[in-house]
Write a protein that binds this ligand. Structure first.
Ligand SMILES: [Zn+2]
Length: 220
Protein backbone atom coordinates (compact mmCIF):
# COMPACT_ATOMS: atom_id res chain seq x y z
CA UNK A 1 0.00 0.00 0.00
CA UNK A 2 1.51 3.38 -0.97
CA UNK A 3 1.57 6.28 1.45
CA UNK A 4 -1.29 8.22 -0.21
CA UNK A 5 -3.50 5.17 -0.02
CA UNK A 6 -2.55 4.62 3.60
CA UNK A 7 -3.38 8.22 4.51
CA UNK A 8 -6.69 7.85 2.69
CA UNK A 9 -7.51 4.69 4.66
CA UNK A 10 -6.65 6.36 7.99
CA UNK A 11 -8.78 9.42 7.16
CA UNK A 12 -11.65 7.13 6.19
CA UNK A 13 -11.38 5.23 9.45
CA UNK A 14 -11.26 8.42 11.53
CA UNK A 15 -14.28 9.77 9.63
CA UNK A 16 -16.16 6.55 10.36
CA UNK A 17 -15.28 6.76 14.06
CA UNK A 18 -16.38 10.38 14.13
CA UNK A 19 -19.68 9.47 12.43
CA UNK A 20 -20.27 6.64 14.91
CA UNK A 21 -19.62 8.99 17.83
CA UNK A 22 -21.96 11.62 16.45
CA UNK A 23 -24.66 9.18 15.51
CA UNK A 24 -27.09 8.98 18.37
CA UNK A 25 -25.53 6.02 20.17
CA UNK A 26 -28.57 5.38 22.32
CA UNK A 27 -30.53 4.32 19.24
CA UNK A 28 -28.03 1.66 18.16
CA UNK A 29 -29.04 -2.00 18.20
CA UNK A 30 -26.62 -4.95 17.89
CA UNK A 31 -27.42 -7.22 14.95
CA UNK A 32 -27.56 -11.02 15.35
CA UNK A 33 -27.79 -13.35 12.35
CA UNK A 34 -30.03 -16.41 12.65
CA UNK A 35 -28.99 -19.32 10.47
CA UNK A 36 -31.63 -21.85 9.41
CA UNK A 37 -32.84 -23.75 12.44
CA UNK A 38 -35.50 -25.94 13.92
CA UNK A 39 -37.53 -25.90 17.17
CA UNK A 40 -39.01 -29.24 18.24
CA UNK A 41 -41.60 -30.51 20.66
CA UNK A 42 -40.55 -33.28 23.05
CA UNK A 43 -42.64 -35.82 21.18
CA UNK A 44 -41.25 -34.83 17.75
CA UNK A 45 -37.71 -34.90 19.18
CA UNK A 46 -38.31 -38.45 20.40
CA UNK A 47 -39.67 -39.51 17.01
CA UNK A 48 -36.52 -38.19 15.34
CA UNK A 49 -33.87 -39.19 17.90
CA UNK A 50 -35.46 -42.02 19.89
CA UNK A 51 -37.17 -41.95 23.28
CA UNK A 52 -33.88 -42.41 25.16
CA UNK A 53 -32.21 -39.38 23.59
CA UNK A 54 -32.01 -35.91 25.07
CA UNK A 55 -31.22 -32.53 23.56
CA UNK A 56 -27.69 -31.44 24.48
CA UNK A 57 -26.28 -27.92 24.58
CA UNK A 58 -23.56 -26.83 22.16
CA UNK A 59 -23.61 -23.09 22.90
CA UNK A 60 -25.73 -20.47 24.65
CA UNK A 61 -27.53 -17.95 22.45
CA UNK A 62 -27.87 -14.26 23.27
CA UNK A 63 -31.43 -14.55 24.59
CA UNK A 64 -31.42 -15.96 28.14
CA UNK A 65 -32.15 -19.71 28.36
CA UNK A 66 -31.96 -20.27 24.58
CA UNK A 67 -29.23 -22.51 23.21
CA UNK A 68 -27.91 -24.13 20.03
CA UNK A 69 -27.99 -27.91 20.42
CA UNK A 70 -25.40 -30.40 19.25
CA UNK A 71 -28.17 -32.30 17.48
CA UNK A 72 -29.09 -31.49 13.89
CA UNK A 73 -31.73 -32.71 11.44
CA UNK A 74 -32.22 -32.84 7.67
CA UNK A 75 -35.17 -30.94 6.23
CA UNK A 76 -36.76 -31.85 2.91
CA UNK A 77 -39.25 -30.41 0.43
CA UNK A 78 -40.48 -31.33 -3.05
CA UNK A 79 -37.30 -30.14 -4.83
CA UNK A 80 -34.48 -30.89 -2.43
CA UNK A 81 -33.17 -31.26 1.08
CA UNK A 82 -30.81 -29.45 3.45
CA UNK A 83 -28.63 -31.32 5.95
CA UNK A 84 -27.23 -30.25 9.31
CA UNK A 85 -30.06 -27.94 10.29
CA UNK A 86 -29.35 -26.93 13.90
CA UNK A 87 -31.93 -27.59 16.60
CA UNK A 88 -32.38 -24.70 19.01
CA UNK A 89 -33.36 -25.48 22.57
CA UNK A 90 -35.09 -25.75 24.87
CA UNK A 91 -37.85 -28.00 23.46
CA UNK A 92 -41.07 -26.10 22.71
CA UNK A 93 -44.82 -26.55 22.57
CA UNK A 94 -44.81 -26.45 18.77
CA UNK A 95 -42.40 -27.72 16.14
CA UNK A 96 -41.23 -25.02 13.75
CA UNK A 97 -38.53 -24.70 11.09
CA UNK A 98 -37.08 -21.31 10.12
CA UNK A 99 -35.22 -20.95 6.82
CA UNK A 100 -34.15 -18.24 4.38
CA UNK A 101 -35.75 -17.49 1.00
CA UNK A 102 -32.67 -19.03 -0.65
CA UNK A 103 -33.26 -22.24 1.32
CA UNK A 104 -36.95 -22.17 0.34
CA UNK A 105 -36.00 -22.11 -3.32
CA UNK A 106 -33.74 -25.13 -2.81
CA UNK A 107 -36.52 -27.06 -1.04
CA UNK A 108 -39.13 -26.01 -3.63
CA UNK A 109 -41.51 -24.36 -1.17
CA UNK A 110 -42.86 -20.83 -0.67
CA UNK A 111 -43.18 -20.26 3.08
CA UNK A 112 -44.64 -17.00 4.39
CA UNK A 113 -42.59 -14.40 6.25
CA UNK A 114 -43.86 -14.69 9.79
CA UNK A 115 -43.16 -13.98 13.40
CA UNK A 116 -41.94 -17.03 15.30
CA UNK A 117 -44.90 -19.15 16.48
CA UNK A 118 -47.39 -17.88 13.85
CA UNK A 119 -47.66 -21.09 11.88
CA UNK A 120 -51.20 -20.97 10.46
CA UNK A 121 -51.05 -21.65 6.68
CA UNK A 122 -47.26 -21.89 6.77
CA UNK A 123 -45.49 -24.37 4.46
CA UNK A 124 -45.23 -28.15 4.82
CA UNK A 125 -41.87 -29.72 5.60
CA UNK A 126 -40.36 -33.14 6.24
CA UNK A 127 -37.87 -33.38 9.11
CA UNK A 128 -35.47 -36.33 9.17
CA UNK A 129 -33.49 -37.45 12.21
CA UNK A 130 -31.25 -40.46 12.92
CA UNK A 131 -34.14 -42.57 14.27
CA UNK A 132 -37.11 -41.46 12.19
CA UNK A 133 -38.82 -38.71 10.26
CA UNK A 134 -41.92 -36.55 10.57
CA UNK A 135 -44.03 -34.73 8.01
CA UNK A 136 -45.58 -31.43 9.07
CA UNK A 137 -48.50 -30.06 7.07
CA UNK A 138 -47.48 -26.65 8.33
CA UNK A 139 -44.53 -25.39 10.37
CA UNK A 140 -42.05 -23.96 7.89
CA UNK A 141 -41.58 -20.17 7.89
CA UNK A 142 -39.17 -17.42 6.95
CA UNK A 143 -38.63 -15.37 10.07
CA UNK A 144 -39.80 -11.76 10.09
CA UNK A 145 -36.89 -9.46 10.98
CA UNK A 146 -37.39 -8.46 14.61
CA UNK A 147 -35.77 -6.79 17.60
CA UNK A 148 -35.75 -8.33 21.07
CA UNK A 149 -35.73 -5.71 23.81
CA UNK A 150 -36.68 -5.32 27.46
CA UNK A 151 -39.26 -2.75 28.68
CA UNK A 152 -36.55 -0.19 29.60
CA UNK A 153 -35.15 -0.35 26.05
CA UNK A 154 -38.71 0.13 24.71
CA UNK A 155 -39.07 3.34 26.77
CA UNK A 156 -35.67 4.59 25.57
CA UNK A 157 -36.57 3.89 21.92
CA UNK A 158 -40.15 5.16 22.41
CA UNK A 159 -41.61 1.98 20.87
CA UNK A 160 -44.19 -0.64 21.88
CA UNK A 161 -44.37 -4.41 21.59
CA UNK A 162 -45.62 -5.36 18.11
CA UNK A 163 -44.70 -2.03 16.52
CA UNK A 164 -42.80 -2.01 13.22
CA UNK A 165 -39.69 0.16 12.95
CA UNK A 166 -37.00 0.95 10.39
CA UNK A 167 -33.40 -0.07 11.04
CA UNK A 168 -30.49 1.32 9.04
CA UNK A 169 -27.49 -0.97 9.07
CA UNK A 170 -24.34 0.95 10.03
CA UNK A 171 -21.64 0.02 7.54
CA UNK A 172 -19.79 1.50 4.60
CA UNK A 173 -20.02 -1.36 2.14
CA UNK A 174 -23.76 -1.98 1.81
CA UNK A 175 -25.70 0.65 3.76
CA UNK A 176 -29.15 -0.93 3.66
CA UNK A 177 -32.24 -0.09 5.71
CA UNK A 178 -34.74 -2.70 6.80
CA UNK A 179 -38.12 -1.02 6.60
CA UNK A 180 -40.29 -3.53 8.46
CA UNK A 181 -38.71 -4.77 11.65
CA UNK A 182 -41.04 -5.96 14.38
CA UNK A 183 -40.38 -4.88 17.96
CA UNK A 184 -40.75 -7.62 20.57
CA UNK A 185 -40.69 -6.56 24.20
CA UNK A 186 -40.23 -8.84 27.21
CA UNK A 187 -38.43 -8.51 30.54
CA UNK A 188 -36.55 -11.70 29.55
CA UNK A 189 -35.11 -10.25 26.35
CA UNK A 190 -31.65 -8.86 25.71
CA UNK A 191 -31.43 -6.05 23.13
CA UNK A 192 -30.66 -7.58 19.73
CA UNK A 193 -32.07 -7.43 16.20
CA UNK A 194 -32.44 -10.80 14.47
CA UNK A 195 -32.22 -11.18 10.70
CA UNK A 196 -31.70 -14.25 8.54
CA UNK A 197 -28.66 -15.10 6.40
CA UNK A 198 -30.15 -13.64 3.19
CA UNK A 199 -30.81 -10.33 4.92
CA UNK A 200 -27.38 -10.37 6.56
CA UNK A 201 -25.65 -10.97 3.23
CA UNK A 202 -27.71 -8.28 1.53
CA UNK A 203 -26.49 -5.78 4.13
CA UNK A 204 -22.94 -7.23 4.52
CA UNK A 205 -23.53 -7.75 8.24
CA UNK A 206 -20.45 -8.96 10.10
CA UNK A 207 -19.99 -9.78 13.79
CA UNK A 208 -20.19 -6.55 15.77
CA UNK A 209 -22.39 -4.74 13.23
CA UNK A 210 -24.98 -2.33 14.62
CA UNK A 211 -28.17 -0.88 13.21
CA UNK A 212 -29.82 2.42 14.04
CA UNK A 213 -33.49 2.35 14.94
CA UNK A 214 -35.96 4.86 13.49
CA UNK A 215 -39.64 5.11 14.25
CA UNK A 216 -41.77 4.68 11.12
CA UNK A 217 -43.25 7.92 9.86
CA UNK A 218 -40.47 10.13 11.11
CA UNK A 219 -37.36 10.51 13.21
CA UNK A 220 -37.54 9.56 16.85
ZN1 LIG B 1 -35.15 -13.61 17.63
Amino acid sequence: MDIDHLVEEIVKELTNKHAMKNSNDKYLVPIGVSGRHCHLTKSDFEKLFGSEASLTKKADLSQPGQFAANETVTIAGPKGSIQNVRILGPLRRKTQVEISLTDARKLGVTPPIRESGELMDSSPVTIIGPKGSIYLKEGLIIAQAHIHMNPEDAVRFNVKDGEFVRVKIINESRPISFEKVKVRVSPNFVLEMHIDTDEANAADVKPGTFGKLFKLGGPI
